[in-house]
Design a protein around this ligand. Structure first.
Ligand code: ZN
Ligand code: CU
Length: 492
């Protein structure tokens, strides 16, 4: 059905509307025609082809997952149940320097690229072809996709343990610009990881300069989130200033016992820098991280769980300390026997996690790893955990503020015009949930469990989740840079 005076396709009434802006909830309903909200609030006599009584539950804009590694999941598991079941309607992919395009490779890619895709045939030489593949067989959620710096390096360099030459930097920038032309939303880096650790700041700046003219953004898994976290923040700010682009600090944290409590310092630095240049950040609501299993991570972690292992698949879900004891070797040696593998690392402080989550400019991002055999529970639990555990049970912030951090704030950071808010004319991305019931059910022991309390999820006007089950609908869109709003002028 088209918009205008025609009868709405869908009317949801008798809800508490939490509109995403942080404003207090108000009673009312929403009418949807085609992919848009045509009325919000008092609906009067308006009726729809489909009528849903919200029963006094909360109706919010669909959640935007600010940080994902869903690049391949969107193609191979397009129902996206792990996200839709929590109320997520849009995901931002291509993070931490890792993307499926643009790259031609004939060998298994190095970690951490293999977290997203270990098969060389799964990569796309052309970014537009990747987005076209999403169009051809669409997922249930909308998606934005960034270009990964490690992906660019792998395609342009014969070895990754050195700085790129001038010619290689020019080649990477040209590929980035072609990808932006095709619709990539920005550039991500993972300077912490081996494929990019040898890249000097200047290399990133020269490549990132390509973003400015396109109005694209930069996100970063910083070089160091541990002892040198403040130096890494300074590096990140410098890249943003010199490339004149907005930067997003991915999954902000202070890792390792010696750095617990330092979020007081890091947030003060971010706050000060924000006065001079556009900076955003995201966070997941757990004290454990998850990535490639490597010896480098052991010193910061009080405990490690194995999430997958190629030579020893039976290790998935088990503690590294136990496995090492059984093998009669040190934990470092056990890592060697398990690799290639992934792990969950308990390495943050609860007080830091709360302080970062509560910081007004922090968005919610899951950083879930959808291909892990025994994934970190953040994949299935992040959004419900923020709403249920941190907002309702702990009282870290109001429900309205929690919703803002996963909707309008994120939409503004990524330029998602017409999303992340409930108002007339906006896209009909919606989630209906019970504020007393909502909670994450995924745990470190049983991580693949849908959240409790999400009654209805709508993407672009079509119902994808209802009463605990996926409808099978896949109305998601691959959003192009050209569909986004340009950032307010960055420093130059
Ligand atoms: Zn990362
Ligand atoms: Cu990540």
């Amino acid at each position: 059905m088209s918009r205008g005076n025609a009868k709405p396709d869908l009317v949801i009434r008798n809800a508490w509307i939490v509109d995403g802006t942080g404003a207090p909830r108000r009673k009312g309903g929403v009418a949807v025609a085609d992919d848009r909200i045509v009325a919000a609030g008092e609906l009067g006599e308006m009726t729809g082809a489909t009528e849903i009584d919200a029963g006094g539950r909360v109706l919010a804009p669909g959640f935007i997952d600010a940080h994902t590694h869903d690049d391949r999941a969107l193609l191979v598991d397009p129902l996206m149940t792990c996200k839709v079941s929590q109320g997520v309607t849009t995901v931002v992919a291509g993070n931490c320097g890792v993307s499926l395009a643009p790259l031609t490779t004939h060998a298994r890619p190095p970690a951490p690229l293999d977290l997203v895709c270990a098969d060389p045939a799964g990569f796309y030489p052309d970014f537009g072809a990747y987005l076209d593949a999403l169009d051809a067989d669409p997922p249930a959620t909308n998606a934005l996709a960034q270009v990964g710096h490690a992906t660019l390096r792998l395609g342009a360099m014969d070895r990754l343990d050195r700085a790129a030459t001038g010619a290689e930097v020019r080649a990477m920038r040209a590929r980035l610009e072609a990808a932006l032309e095709a619709g990539a939303s920005g550039l991500s880096t993972g300077l912490f990881y081996p494929p990019a650790a040898a890249a000097p700041t200047e290399e990133v700046i020269e490549i990132a300069k390509g973003l400015h003219a396109f109005g694209a953004r930069h996100s970063t898994h910083m070089r160091d989130e541990s002892d040198h976290v403040t130096e890494s923040l300074e590096e990140t700010f410098r890249i943003g200033r010199e490339a004149a682009v907005p930067v997003i600090i991915s999954h902000h944290k202070c890792s390792g016992r010696a750095n617990h409590g330092r979020s007081v310092e890091t947030l003060a630095l971010i706050d000060k820098a924000r006065a001079e240049q556009p900076i955003g950040l995201d966070c997941y609501p757990y004290v454990a991280g998850s990535t490639t299993l490597s010896r480098d991570m052991l010193s910061d972690a009080s405990e490690v769980l194995v999430t997958w292992s190629e030579p020893k698949p039976e290790a998935a879900g088990r503690k590294l300390s136990e496995l090492a004891r059984e093998m009669g070797v040190s934990e470092a040696e056990a890592v060697g026997a398990l690799m290639p593998a992934g792990g969950i690392f308990f390495m943050m402080d609860e007080a830091d996690v709360r302080r970062i989550l509560a910081y007004p400019h922090t968005m919610i991002g899951s950083d879930g790893l959808p291909h892990d055999a025994h994934p970190h529970p953040r994949l299935w639990g992040t959004f419900a955990r923020v709403l249920g555990h941190y907002a309702r049970d702990v009282g870290l912030f109001s429900l309205e503020e929690a919703v803002r951090k996963m909707t309008s704030l994120t939409a503004a950071q990524f330029g998602l015009g017409g999303r992340g808010v409930i108002r007339e004319g906006a896209y009909a991305d919606l989630v209906l949930f019970d504020p007393d019931q909502i909670r994450d059910a995924a745990t470190f022991e049983r991580p693949k469990v849908p959240a409790i309390g999400v009654a209805l999820v709508v993407v672009n006007g079509r119902v994808v989740w209802r009463d605990g089950a996926h409808t099978g609908a896949r109305p998601g869109r691959a959003l192009r840079l050209q569909d986004l709003e340009r950032p307010a002028a960055a420093a130059s």
